[in-house]
Design a protein around this ligand. Structure first.
Ligand SMILES: NC(=O)c1ccc[n+]([C@@H]2O[C@H](COP(=O)([O-])OP(=O)(O)OC[C@H]3O[C@@H](n4cnc5c(N)ncnc54)[C@H](O)[C@@H]3O)[C@@H](O)[C@H]2O)c1
Ligand SMILES: OCCc1c[nH]c2ccccc12
Length: 292
């Protein structure tokens, strides 16, 4: 069996190593979407949140053009005291898809960096020229402005379209993934993994947000390993070869999320969570561009 610490990074299909736990600054962090907040005002809470994640040892930060948190991420990473090359920064394109070159230029200015480690198409729901946008991302990769490129919320049909035209294959598909939603769309995890596309899980902590059939199992495993239910779920995610993108405004919870490299669930325990999770479907986010 591989050691618990071996999962600290995953290796992408392009050979680049990616830190296996990410801290997300979308969803609840996207306070810049509050109508009262001006575009050029930075939210000190978000800046502190990014700094807390980095201080907790989570060097992989997940942002997006539409979250409105790139400015805060830029300030935090430049003041973090950690070298840029040791951090792993993701952003995503969704609004300015007619011009990916200009969109990333704007994002890079806000992020105060010359490149992102990962640039994702945020979702395939709102425009139809997926192939053209992908070609734009390939250009940005060739220019060194996006070290890796990938997608998010893609179904099999969307990935197939990209794979048909791709000179550079997507390395990641970021989707909602947790024990209660192991296929955001039919067959997507198996198809992605078959094509060397790493699955990144957003909302990985779904099962601890409300009661469900996994509760007693998580409780037993928590006792056995002296870990919290959140840590058990994060560890399950990693052992499924999926990269969790988690979030918290609480520094202790960020630290907790990163303290999952000193224990290993048995294969039977992983299978049990998979099986019981599959008996209860729960979706926390959007599908086909519609929120719930
Ligand atoms: N690509 C997309 O369309 C998309 C969609 C949703 C989210 N995301 C990304 O994923 C990130 C994370 O998503 P999420 O916020 O749903 O993830 P998550 O499942 O980690 O949920 C985070 C929430 O869980 C709770 N929590 C966190 N740690 C906990 C702990 N130790 N114990 C108990 N409760 C805890 C808190 O309420 C916290 O706000 C976002 O910030 C964003 O970057 C992307
Ligand atoms: O990626 C998370 C879902 C999402 C899409 N657009 C947003 C804008 C603000 C906050 C979250 C989102």
């Amino acid at each position: 069996m591989t050691s618990a610490a071996a999962l600290k990074t995953f290796t992408l299909s392009n050979g680049i190593k990616i830190p296996s736990i990410a801290a997300g600054f979308g969803t609840k962090w996207a306070s810049r979407h509050r109508p009262e907040q001006k575009e050029d005002e930075l939210d000190p809470g978000v800046i502190q949140g990014v700094k807390d994640a980095i201080a907790a040892g989570i060097y992989h930060i997940d942002g997006a053009e539409v979250y409105g948190t790139e400015g805060e991420i830029g300030v935090a990473i430049s003041e973090s005291g950690v070298k840029r090359e040791d951090l792993y920064i993701t952003t995503k394109i969704m609004k300015n898809v007619t011009d990916p070159i200009a969109a990333l230029k704007t994002s890079l200015t806000k992020l105060k960096t010359d490149y992102v480690d990962l640039y994702l198409i945020h979702a395939p729901f709102f425009f139809d020229n997926l192939e053209e946008v992908w070609k734009g991302l390939e250009t940005l990769h060739k220019e060194g402005k996006a070290k890796s490129i990938g997608v998010s919320n893609f179904k099999v049909e969307h990935l197939e379209r990209i794979l048909k035209v791709a000179e550079i294959k997507p390395v990641i598909n970021q989707i909602e993934f947790h024990p209660y939603l192991q296929n955001q769309s039919p067959g997507i995890v198996e198809f992605s993994q078959k094509h060397g596309v790493l699955i990144e899980a957003y909302s990985p902590l779904g099962p601890i947000k409300e009661k469900g059939p996994l509760d007693p199992i998580l409780e037993d495993l928590s006792k056995k390993y002296s870990k919290t239910p959140a840590q058990i779920i994060i560890r399950w995610t990693l052992q499924r070869n999926v990269l969790p993108v988690t979030a918290s405004a609480k520094p202790d919870r960020l630290k907790e999320a990163n303290e999952v490299f000193d224990f290993t669930l048995t294969e039977e325990e992983v299978s049990k969570i998979t099986e019981v999770g599959n008996s209860h479907e729960k979706r926390f986010f959007w599908t086909d561009g519609k929120y719930f």
